[in-house]
Write a protein that binds this ligand. Structure first.
Ligand SMILES: Cc1cc2nc3c(=O)[nH]c(=O)nc-3n(C[C@H](O)[C@H](O)[C@H](O)COP(=O)(O)OP(=O)(O)OC[C@H]3O[C@@H](n4cnc5c(N)ncnc54)[C@H](O)[C@@H]3O)c2cc1C
Length: 459
């Protein structure tokens, strides 16, 4: 099928972002979606906060089961385990939701062209000419939904606003004799580490420590993954090698030793982390989904899309009707509710902490969530942090616990200098008076004087 024709909107990428936004736009506009693959096709599985399903009944039929228990276990002995508190479960979204959006687009008379590669585009005189491997199309607006490795971002030399990349490799696969105790359906192992993955036993994630994660879908099936949180993306062949060694040989992954993996079971990808969502657009060109850094700083990309696609499409239709498709109008369109909220800042701080903390420091962090720990943080705060639902009082508890648990010197090592400003933003509302000196000295790289009374925060 050729792409030839005139459209209101041309979308490059038929993944979750392109199809979700495309389905809404197609209700009012003539839309073209191209994808180099065969949509609906996905290599990914998603679990999302339950309130996103409650807010959007369209999503409900495409969900099943969900995460009901969170766990963490480090090789050096720190453990945390709790039943989900914020919601009774975090549902899984089935890949079939892509087919649902695809049908809406086609029923509304818009077009999806598969196995069609983006080649180039020219945005000029209020329209865009899009060149693809299946012909040339014209549109008033081009939407880039081609994911983290977008050729359109590359053309504009726009780089992701991220500090780190999550590199992920694993499989959705069967356990031949069923899942084994102590694992239960609904388990989510957030964080498991091993002693022998790094020569330096204290290595941080940023310096290459892999983390093992798994989710138990049902009595026979799990998704297991190895993740890296590093400045550079990790090579896929190397990830596969480490994953196979971890699931086949580590003594603490015994329930996975006989996992049956076929070629269609592999799951892998990369997504940016640790930066705030960027507002980016060019005249007549918008960026959404992973291409637009539409994710929480910890990489909850599908959740972010489900939370925002309807609102985004509604505003975009208005802009198209009013012919406001210049760069600044399109940038302002992305007034997603999470902007400017301090929870994204806290989420970002947490990402840095996870990336840079040594094994021993991460143990101290995990132990904060244990009931018997002297400084205790309710694990619900962890859930709230990753779903951007932190309240001001949660924030206080969290910052104060970290300041009580870690030495000044440690914090200077863990947090990048850019984060001191973030801490300052949070500090004003969060930090107990007794801990203020520590924060003040941290902001001065540990060298500053004790905070003089009545001092401002200039540095
Ligand atoms: C292993 C893994 C697990 C994840 N788990 C979760 C989770 O549990 N919860 C959650 O909320 N998020 C999760 N995420 C993140 C989430 O999957 C992504 O944020 C989401 O898929 C982004 O959707 P997208 O449409 O922007 O990009 P993509 O899904 O990457 O889709 C981009 C589409 O563009 C097409 N394309 C690319 N280049 C071209 C080109 N040159 N020409 C034509 N087409 C092109 C691709 O074929 C693809 O179909 C996970 C990610 C990974 C990798």
């Amino acid at each position: 099928m050729s792409v030839q024709g005139n459209y209101d909107v041309a979308i490059v990428g038929g993944g979750p972002a392109g199809l979700a936004v495309g389905s809404e736009l197609s209700k009012k506009l003539k839309v073209l979606v191209i994808d180099k693959g065969e949509p609906p096709a996905t290599i990914k599985a998603w679990f999302i906060p339950k309130d996103l399903v409650e807010k959007n009944p369209d999503v409900e039929p495409y969900t099943f089961g969900g995460v009901t228990r969170f766990m963490a276990q480090t090789y050096s002995g720190a453990k945390a385990r709790w039943k989900t508190e914020l919601f009774d479960r975090y549902p899984y979204v089935k890949p079939e939701i892509l087919g649902y959006w695809k049908n809406i687009i086609e029923k509304n008379g818009s077009k999806i062209v598969s196995r069609c590669f983006y080649e180039d585009h020219l945005a000029a005189n209020g329209k865009v000419v899009l060149k693809t491997s299946k012909g040339t199309a014209e549109a008033r607006l081009l939407i880039d939904a081609s994911g983290w490795n977008s050729p359109i971002l590359a053309k504009y030399e726009i780089t992701h606003n991220s500090y780190y990349w999550w590199s992920v490799f694993g499989a959705v696969a069967k356990h031949p004799g069923g899942i084994k105790k102590p694992m239960e359906v609904g388990d989510y192992m957030l964080w498991q580490t091993f002693e022998d993955t790094n020569l330096d036993k204290n290595a941080s994630l940023r310096s290459g420590r892999p983390v093992f994660e798994y989710e138990i879908y049902d009595e026979n099936t799990s998704l297991s993954l190895v993740l890296w949180l590093t400045r550079e993306m990790v090579d896929v062949d190397f990830m596969k090698e480490v994953y196979l060694r971890v699931i086949r040989e580590e003594k603490d992954t015994e329930p996975f030793h006989d996992l049956e993996i076929t070629d269609k079971d592999w799951r892998y990808g990369w997504y940016p982390s640790g930066g705030l969502t960027m507002r980016v657009a060019r005249d007549n060109v918008a960026f959404i989904g992973d291409a637009g850094s539409w994710c929480t700083p910890c990489g909850w990309g599908m959740g972010f899309i489900l939370d925002n696609y309807k609102g985004y499409a509604k505003n975009l239709i208005q802009n198209i009707n009013e012919n406001k498709l210049d760069r600044s109008s399109l940038e302002n369109l992305v007034s997603l509710p999470v902007y400017d909220q301090y929870q994204t800042v806290l989420n970002q701080l947490a990402s840095h902490f996870l990336a840079n903390g040594t094994a021993a420091q991460l143990d101290k962090f995990v132990k904060l969530f244990n009931q018997d720990s002297s400084v205790h943080v309710d694990p619900i705060i962890c859930e709230k942090m990753f779903t951007l639902k932190i309240t001001e009082s949660d924030l206080k508890t969290c910052i104060n616990a970290v300041l009580k648990t870690f030495e000044l010197k440690e914090l200077i090592e863990i947090l990048p200098r850019e984060d001191y400003l973030l801490l300052l933003k949070l500090g004003e509302l969060s930090i107990e008076e007794a801990l203020w000196d520590k924060t003040y000295r941290l902001l001065h790289q540990g060298k500053g004087p004790k905070r003089p009374l009545g001092d401002g925060y200039s540095f």
